[in-house]
Write a protein that binds this ligand. Sequence first.
Ligand SMILES: Nc1ncnc2c1ncn2[C@@H]1O[C@H](COP(=O)(O)OP(=O)(O)OP(=O)(O)O)[C@@H](O)[C@H]1O
Length: 725
Amino acid sequence: MPPPPRPLTRKKSTSLKTPAPAGRISLAERAGTYKKPTVPPPGTISRVPSAAARARPSSSLEMGRPPSVTGAGFPRPPSAQSMTDDRDDEAGVGVNMPKRKDWDVKGKLMDHENALQEFREMYARDREEAKKANEKLEELIRKEYTWETNRREMDTTITQTKYELDLARKRIAELEKTLEEERAGRRKEHEEATRRLRDETDELRRRHRDELDKVRKTYSEESAMLERKLKMEIMDEKAARSREAAELKAQAAMERQRLEMQMDGSGREARTLKMELEARNGDLERERKAANELRDRIAEHNTQSLTMESTTRALKLRIEELENMGKNQLNSYAELEEQLRQANAKTHTVEEKLRNEEIIRRKLHNQVQELKGNIRVFCRVRPTLQHEHDSAAQINFPDHNMEGKEIEVIGTPEKSAMGNIVNKTHPFSFDKVFGPSQQNAEIFEEISQLVQSALDGYNVCIFCYGQTGSGKTYTMSSSDGMIPRAVHQIYATAQSLSDKGWSYTMSGNFVEVYNETINDLLGSPSDLDKKKHDIRHDPKTLTTTITDVETVILDTPDKVTTILNHAQKTRSVAATAANERSSRSHSVFILKLVGVNRHTGQRSEGTLNLVDLAGSERLSHSMATGERLKETQSINKSLSCLGDVIAALGSGKEGAHIPYRNSKLTYLLQYSLGGNSKCLMFVMVSPMMAHLAESLTSLKFATKVNNTSIGTAKKVIKMGRAQDD
Ligand SMILES: Nc1ncnc2c1ncn2[C@@H]1O[C@H](COP(=O)(O)OP(=O)(O)OP(=O)(O)O)[C@@H](O)[C@H]1O
């Protein structure tokens, strides 16, 4: 809102004091209707508006104030007017009002009212302008605010982009560095190979040159020597012949002289001399022949020298050939390098593919396991043993040739409501039923998938439940039982996974839970029932450790036999004549598998627990006393606790209390029974009639477990790319 107009004050101004009437600016002029004469009348001073007056229109707009009325050319309010009327009237200065007589009060009043009206209109116009200016200003402020917001957003985007750019630059620099190192390595290798090749070529060339030089030297030395010798021989021969010829000539001349003197002497002497001359001529002829022979020999040497020259040429050609071979070798080296690079790239791609396939396999494997359910129940009926002479119960396997999931136990004869004697049929169905003829190998085939899950980072628990003598130990710990087979499979799989970057360490513990205390089956037999061991859980890593127990690193699969034998020995020491220790305690084989992937940095920790439970036969408390009573109580307690834990897990209530702590066995297996695990229970059945009641009890318990479903398993993966890939 513009402020109210300020009270009009009178301000002394030069223009007001100027007596020249021509210097006044009338209201008409202020309103823009007045036209100033272009030429002032002679003797008047033309009036220039003061600086304040020149600046006023814009400043009043900016400030949103009504225009100031001080200064020349602005009307004065009547109040101010009244104070100065006399003086102004006398001086003739002020607003452009007609001069009135003193008595014309009405006229004067009218003039003042006109002036006031004009002022009001002007003030209203100015106010309107101020209002518009204000709106404009507000709009500008709004725009400025929008621009400021945009600018801030842009600043943030720029900072973000700069940060990302820096990161990208750093990454590029790192990559460039790696590339440069790679290049330098390759260059070095290439230079090294080139240098070696060059050295070899140089060496070859040098050897050839030396040989050639040697041949040339020998040849030139020999030919020079031969030439010298021949020349000397020829010269000697020539000299000798010339000497001889000269002597002969001289002799002939002397002889001729003598003969001429004796010409007339006897003709006989003349003939003799002639003959001598002929003999000399014959000698000369022979000498000539020898000279010819020498010439032939020289020609022969020349031929030899030509042959040597052609050999030299052939050697030169050979050198050129070797040089070309060197060049070709260089080219083929480059080709080989290219091939090597391509092969490396291919290997890299294949390795990457393998890793991805392994991830997919794990995912699919887990999905299959989840679909099958995280707690499964298998049933196994052992065969009748040779020494068993009692009658066998009737057990049928209705879908034996199909899915193999059903078992029917025919009960003892009972009297029906109608009074008939009937044999009741007890049908059961499980995830899998194995008959007496099925071997450990077939059984392991079915559980091998679970064993694989332990390698993939899950906690897996396989336990055998059943009465004494039903075949639990045979299934679990015999030489071809589940424990040795699992260890062998894990070892083989770990080996094959090493191609995909995984390396595993396997460590084993073997403990028993006897009378609610833990014993180390790998420790000294003398420590059994004496040394105290505690169970420690780590809720962060979902791992369990037992204090003071022997841990065996299974770096070879055969070590498992040593472990089993040791455990067997320890237990047999503790066994008494009356009681087999294995029937009265639970044994737990704990295999910890820690895998690290050197490519992806993933780390998986899985545990495979293979549990051979104590005999489940219902032991009557009344029949037992002392130590036997204690055993009975603890076995009954731990087995019923196991049932309670499974039932609580199967109730599916979120956050429901699971009574793991109620027994040592369930507490030990806490992380392998809950939602984070995969569980398999074998219910073992004896085929004997005498054991029928116990067999039915076991099968009923197993049915309860079979109807339980435990939540989705999660594997323990640390530092991985994904928590559950
Ligand atoms: N599938 C099978 N084939 C052949 N023999 C078997 C089979 N199952 C068990 N047996 C034999 O039956 C006998 C009892 O088996 P085992 O000792 O495994 O029973 P158990 O349930 O472990 O008993 P305990 O609770 O006393 O340890 C053993 O002599 C064993 O060799």
